[in-house]
Design a protein around this ligand. Structure first.
Ligand code: UDP
Length: 372
């Protein structure tokens, strides 16, 4: 017994040893549906890069998930409500036939086959279960602080299992009372999937889940004021919210293109003059920002949250006063001064999959080393 523990410790410390990882996806939607937002892209990118490095990964996700080039265990059940649609004081809920419970039931039974479990859910249950699961768990937290109950349960895990809480950005970490214990891991894009475009057409673009925390109305208002056409892409998460925007801005030069695949999305985005990002909340990262940069498209956004850590104002976009439509409008007028080449170069220098894979691998190895 002692001998096998020691040899497995030595193996995990060795960079040459490949890891066996169980990725447990978000329970708010099937992988590929867009309901999970940017964490779906992060998970997909990580699977691709870590498999390329020779690690073996099994993904557990709600049924109807789509994941190419990886083995997927599909779990039936009702989806979790999204945390951002509920109040800070809201109690924890689990539907009767919970997909989240089913996914963790699978993880508990299969855990012996893996070195490490990796949780991508912003949900109470996986954090609560952590001390009851024998295998170590790395928790990737994809949003800032949204609820008291979640803050408590994540904090408990951070104290009991140091360095097992990963986040996108420092700004995101600082929304939590346990900011100092979080490891910032950032995000990345597969640059080969995004084609650079030097000469854009006349349109602006807005990308994301259509939901109040994303502040789409500000982008629509700025497009109307600057009389610049705006293409809108993304999951229609809140239909009433979208209807109200259409009623409030009947004259706005906007066009909704639906939820597109990455290949289709970059085909539209790269031909646009700029990406408008108008989040009301503290965006944890803002994957759409680096997707736009990868196409050579500057990003106009508020000086708040993750996007403010990404955009170099005056070089690869403009950071404007939060919630200021005037600020957005002024920035739109100046966007053509920016070098699109500089945008692509920033994506290449700072957001490659290789660097993301290395950061996550190091995090996983550190967790395994400290656990042994
Ligand atoms: N997205 C997409 N198709 C679309 C619009 C958006 O696949 O038509 C994806 C986009 O690639 C990104 C995600 O939706 O990965 C949005 O992630 P982000 O981090 O910007 O915000 P979140 O939804 O996580 O708050």
């Amino acid at each position: 017994m002692t001998v096998s523990l020691m040899s497995s410790t030595i193996e995990h410390l060795s960079k040459q040893t490949k890891l066996k990882l169980l990725f447990i996806s978000t329970p708010v939607g099937p992988l590929g549906s867009g309901l999970g937002g940017g964490v779906e892209l992060t998970l997909t990118n990580l699977v691709q890069e870590l498999q390329r490095q020779g690690h073996s990964i099994q993904v557990v996700a709600p049924e109807n998930s789509v994941a190419s080039n990886t083995s997927l265990v599909a779990i039936p059940g009702e989806l979790q409500p999204t945390a951002h649609t509920r109040g800070r004081a809201s109690p924890i809920t689990l539907p009767g036939h919970s997909v989240l419970a089913g996914m963790w039931d699978y993880a508990r039974k299969a855990q012996q086959d893996y070195d490490l479990l990796v949780n991508f859910a912003y949900d109470w249950l996986p954090f609560y279960l952590t001390p009851f699961i024998g295998r170590p768990i790395a928790h990737f937290v994809s949003m800032g602080s949204l609820s008291t109950a979640m803050d408590h349960v994540i904090h408990n895990v951070a104290l009991q299992f140091p360095d097992t809480i990963g986040v996108y950005t420092r700004t995101q970490a600082e929304t939590f009372p346990f900011a100092d214990t979080c490891r910032c891991l950032g995000s990345a894009v597969d640059l080969s999937l995004y084609e650079y475009c030097d000469q854009p057409g006349p349109c602006l673009v807005w990308l994301g889940r259509i939901s109040p925390e994303k502040g789409l109305e500000d982008a629509v208002s700025a497009a109307q004021r600057s009389q610049t056409p705006l293409k809108i892409l993304g999951k229609l998460e809140d239909k009433d919210y979208w209807r109200k925007i259409c009623e409030d801005y009947p004259e706005a030069p906007i066009e909704y293109l639906g939820f597109l695949s990455t290949a289709e999305l970059q085909g539209v985005v790269r031909q646009c003059r700029a990406l408008l990002m108008t989040p009301r909340w503290i965006e944890a990262f803002g994957n759409v920002a680096i997707e736009a940069l990868a196409c050579g498209v500057p990003v106009i956004t508020y000086r708040r949250g993750g996007p403010a850590e990404i955009v170099k104002s005056g070089k690869t976009g403009w950071l404007v006063e939060p919630d200021s439509v005037d600020g957005l409008t002024e920035a739109i007028a100046q966007v053509d001064q920016l070098s699109r080449r500089a945008c692509r170069q920033q994506a290449e220098a700072e957001y490659s999959l290789t660097a993301l894979g290395e950061r996550f691998e190091q995090w996983f190895r550190d967790i395994l080393t400290s656990r042994h």
